[in-house]
Unconditional design. Structure first.
Length: 67
């Protein structure tokens, strides 16, 4: 699905960049040019980042109990 219409950036590209370690809006903008034109896609991109950070925080919490 296209997330950034201006720069033709798809959700899978955003997810792949996040999975490879790009974990900020600035990083995604530099890597993919997402949310650099009209900005309409920025809220959705932020949702992907928040989901990623939430999952990581949850994993860290679970690992803390395992140690």
């Amino acid at each position: 699905m296209v997330i950034c219409i201006c720069n033709d950036v798809k959700d899978r590209q955003i997810k792949a960049a996040i999975a490879s370690g790009v974990d900020s809006m600035e990083g995604l903008q530099a890597a993919l040019d997402v949310a650099t034109c009209c900005g309409c896609c920025e809220p959705m991109v932020n949702d992907y980042l928040e989901e990623h950070h939430s999952i990581n925080a949850s994993l860290v919490d679970k690992l803390a109990y395992a140690v």
